[in-house]
Design a protein around this ligand. Structure first.
Ligand SMILES: Cc1cc2nc3c(=O)[nH]c(=O)nc-3n(C[C@H](O)[C@H](O)[C@H](O)COP(=O)(O)OP(=O)(O)OC[C@H]3O[C@@H](n4cnc5c(N)ncnc54)[C@H](O)[C@@H]3O)c2cc1C
Ligand SMILES: *[C@@H]1O[C@H](CO)[C@@H](O)[C@H](O)[C@H]1NC(C)=O
Ligand SMILES: *[C@@H]1O[C@H](CO)[C@@H](O)[C@H](O)[C@H]1NC(C)=O
Ligand SMILES: *[C@@H]1O[C@H](CO)[C@@H](O)[C@H](O)[C@H]1NC(C)=O
Ligand SMILES: *[C@@H]1O[C@H](CO)[C@@H](O)[C@H](O)[C@H]1NC(C)=O
Ligand SMILES: *[C@@H]1O[C@H](CO)[C@@H](O)[C@H](O)[C@H]1NC(C)=O
Ligand SMILES: *[C@@H]1O[C@H](CO)[C@@H](O)[C@H](O)[C@H]1NC(C)=O
Ligand SMILES: *[C@@H]1O[C@H](CO)[C@@H](O)[C@H](O)[C@H]1NC(C)=O
Ligand SMILES: *[C@@H]1O[C@H](CO)[C@@H](O)[C@H](O)[C@H]1NC(C)=O
Ligand SMILES: *[C@@H]1O[C@H](CO)[C@@H](O)[C@H](O)[C@H]1NC(C)=O
Length: 610
């Protein structure tokens, strides 16, 4: 009932452009005589940002096509599914297999006991930024400098990108108005950009123990007042893409605020099924057309851009669309009966992602764990959500994690005897630890009925494993075959082991004495001193932290140009996480926003005529 009212509201809105701008949900609604300079495919941090920036010039006509629906927060038209997108704490309810998820799974992972993992990707205006867990990390100086290095374009260096971060950020005070001095360096951030981000909205009792341990173990686990400085190494306060108690996504930051521009149209609920070759120029195929439809049973439409098609469907769907359109590894396409337009061996290859393992500890005092009581008590959760609806504050205005560690494996670790360092350099971490009270499990073990818990979420952020995205068939509606190849190299297994050991050394600090009671829940039985037992824990527990990248990488080898045009064809550019030549040792959304901001400037500079 509520959903019907909401749909009616959205549909009605579509016929009132002056109220909501040009927002369409059926290709049949598109104005028939309009031509677009740019057609952008996908409304995540890549496509939402580029489309919004390109439409700043009122003479530039932009169409943004998004497979998913729009979900605007509305107090009046309350809809639980919509609410969950906007309440920061409820981010965990948005995956897997929700109305905003592509519902992908991986191939059986040999490095993970042949387990098949769920592999969520956002399918809604805002893309994965509408369903992600909102951690905001700018990546390191060395990560960016390596991008500059392999692309041969110094515009991708840290020094060149840092101003883009300032341009796009808006540091918003935490909703509890606590003094943020000593938790962030406000002067290194932006204060009037579109992307609202903030610090934890509510303290957890264990915050003092985490910060205390950084003082006691400062050599190995130093406190870092701001991990966004280009040098993230150390432990600091989590910065998150929420502000004023509401999630920030590319929809709230870049699309909604400018949707009333008459030169900016957004077509929702519409899946692009193919990129269309519109001609040839010299020896190059020109790709300025897109084919799209609502679903597998509805009519196909095509439309040509006069200047460019910008593919921003994300690290899974961008290579999928390139391959469906004849741009990809020739033998693979030929085997599926897809005519090869351009043999591009890199497309779909080089898939890199971060595996994570959650390990549970016990807490001595029940009052140190404010989160498990919520997981166990639906009435309490409903009360807190009702409180959020009144004030946009409180526990629901927070993510689940208040501190994060970004660390390197020590130089004297045995791993270096046999393995090369895949990281970008000394400012770039090998692993991450997210600290949170409460029980969490990467394999979905339920919260035990009793007990108080603290969870270490240990993430390998400099993996050397590389997997792939390939097609299962020539149908755009078939799921692609996704193989992140987790823990498939000796380095990754050793590095995950080193990271888990470091996580345990940290919570052995005196600051946790009498607070953390040791391994608990499923982790209790693991003999952590035994290498093979710890490796077996990692293989049994690891899951994705949802950071696929690199499947249409720019770079000096066959792939994209440094300005993100697809090498070997004309009229087509890729702007999303698939272009990263290496996976950043960071949560990638900030990196995608920064890439897209610069890409918009490169596109504008390349088409000065209008
Ligand atoms: C559950 C989850 C948690 C995460 N947590 C964090 C975090 O805490 N911090 C962080 O930094 N990052 C996080 N990420 C990752 C981050 O959200 C992504 O790296 C980022 O959103 C990638 O941006 P993108 O533009 O490349 O792709 P996406 O954000 O995935 O956007 C792609 C868009 O294209 C659309 N699309 C795809 N195919 C088509 C098609 N054929 N036709 C039309 N539209 C199409 C999709 O529906 C989607 O809207 C998380 C991701 C997930 C899924
Ligand atoms: C868009 O698709 C969603 C399902 O993904 C559906 O609930 C909604 O009604 C559609 N919206 C419109 C306006 O067609
Ligand atoms: C994903 O699964 C959910 C729950 O079953 C469903 O509502 C949604 O439509 C599915 N998404 C896609 C793209 O099929
Ligand atoms: C990349 O790094 C290598 C090694 O540090 C250096 O020799 C090379 O000149 C760099 N290339 C560019 C384009 O910066
Ligand atoms: C915040 O804390 C810092 C350091 O303790 C202090 O100098 C400053 O005055 C405080 N600001 C406010 C507004 O209280
Ligand atoms: C971002 O925060 C600013 C400052 O509080 C606020 O004015 C603005 O409305 C917020 N933007 C969004 C999209 O929520
Ligand atoms: C797109 O361009 C192609 C090639 O020029 C042309 O055949 C086709 O009719 C165009 N499509 C539309 C919808 O204009
Ligand atoms: C496809 O979309 C049409 C039009 O919105 C809808 O009536 C139909 O139920 C959809 N079919 C599927 C398989 O989703
Ligand atoms: C669940 O929460 C409600 C609301 O705070 C509270 O009244 C109730 O006692 C709780 N139930 C249990 C079993 O703790
Ligand atoms: C690929 O297709 C086969 C045969 O139809 C099917 O069994 C398999 O599940 C598909 N794989 C994916 C990833 O959808």
């Amino acid at each position: 009932m509520v959903r019907e009212v909401l749909t009616a509201f959205l549909v009605a809105a579509c016929f009132q452009p002056r109220v909501r701008g040009a927002l369409f949900s059926d290709p049949a609604q598109l104005p028939s005589h309009k031509t677009y300079d740019y057609i952008v495919v996908g409304a995540g941090p890549g496509g939402g940002t580029v489309a919004s920036r390109l439409s700043e010039n009122p003479k530039t006509q932009v169409l943004l096509i998004e497979a998913g629906p729009e979900r605007v927060f509305s107090i009046i038209h309350r809809d639980t599914n919509v609410l969950n997108i906007h309440v920061p704490y409820l981010g965990y309810t948005l995956n897997p297999n929700t109305p905003y998820d592509w519902n992908y799974t991986t191939t059986p992972q040999a490095g993970l006991d042949d387990r098949v993992l769920t592999y969520s990707r956002g399918r809604v205006l805002g893309g994965s930024s509408s369903i992600n867990l909102m951690v905001w990390t700018r990546a390191s100086r060395d990560d960016w400098n390596r991008y500059a290095n392999v692309s041969g374009d110094s515009g991708w260096s840290w020094d060149a990108i840092e101003p883009y971060y300032r341009k796009l950020e808006h540091l918003v005070p935490p909703t509890d108005h606590h003094n943020i001095s000593g938790q962030i360096l406000p002067h290194i951030h932006g204060h009037d950009g579109p992307v609202n981000f903030s610090l934890p909205a509510i303290p957890f009792p264990t915050d003092d123990n985490v910060i205390g341990a950084t003082q006691e173990l400062a050599d190995e686990f130093p406190f870092n007042v701001d991990q966004g400085s280009g040098d993230p190494i150390g432990i600091g306060w989590v910065q998150g893409t929420f502000g004023n108690g509401m999630r920030t996504s590319s929809a709230t930051a870049y699309i909604h605020p400018v949707i009333s521009r008459p030169n900016f149209d957004v077509l929702l609920n519409t899946t692009v099924t193919k990129l269309i070759q519109t001609g040839t120029h010299g020896d190059k195929a020109v790709f300025r057309g897109v084919q799209f439809t609502q679903n597998s049973t509805t009519p196909l439409y095509t439309l040509n851009a006069t200047k460019e098609v910008i593919l921003s469907a994300g690290a899974i769907n961008s290579p999928q669309l390139l391959m469906l359109s004849g741009i990809g590894p020739a033998a693979h396409l030929a085997a599926l009966g897809i005519p090869v337009v351009l043999d591009a061996p890199a497309v779909g290859q080089n898939l890199a992602d971060h595996p994570r393992v959650e390990s549970q500890l016990g807490l001595v005092h029940a009052e140190d764990d404010p989160l498990d009581p919520i997981a166990r008590n639906a009435t309490l959760l409903a009360e807190l959500v009702a409180g959020w609806e009144q004030k946009h504050a409180g526990l629901m205005a927070n993510g689940g994690t208040n501190q994060v560690a970004w660390l390197r494996i020590p130089a004297d670790d045995g791993v270096w005897a046999t393995e090369e360092d895949p990281s970008a350099g000394p400012t770039s971490p090998h692993f991450e630890i997210l600290f949170r009270p409460g029980f969490a499990s990467t394999v979905g073990d339920p919260v035990p009925a009793t007990g108080a818990f603290f969870t270490l979420n240990t993430v390998l952020v400099a993996p050397s494993s590389r997997g792939s995205v390939t097609l299962n068939s020539s149908s755009p509606f078939d799921f692609p075959v996704i193989d992140p190849a987790f823990l498939s190299t000796a380095f990754d297994v050793r590095a995950m082991r080193a990271a888990l050991r470091a996580s345990l050394r940290f919570v052995a600090a005196p600051a946790f004495a009498g607070v953390v009671s040791g391994a608990a829940g499923p982790f209790a039985d693991v003999d952590v001193d035994d290498d093979s037992a710890l490796d077996a824990w990692a293989r049994a527990q690891a899951a994705t932290i949802w950071h696929p990248t690199g499947t249409a990488r720019m770079g000096a080898w066959r792939g994209g140009e440094p300005d993100l045009r697809v090498r070997g064809v004309e009229g087509l550019r890729v702007v999303d996480a698939s272009v990263f030549p290496f996976i950043p040792a960071a949560h990638p959304q900030a990196v995608v926003y920064a890439f897209a901001e610069r890409a918009a400037d490169l596109i504008k500079a390349g088409h000065r005529a209008c």
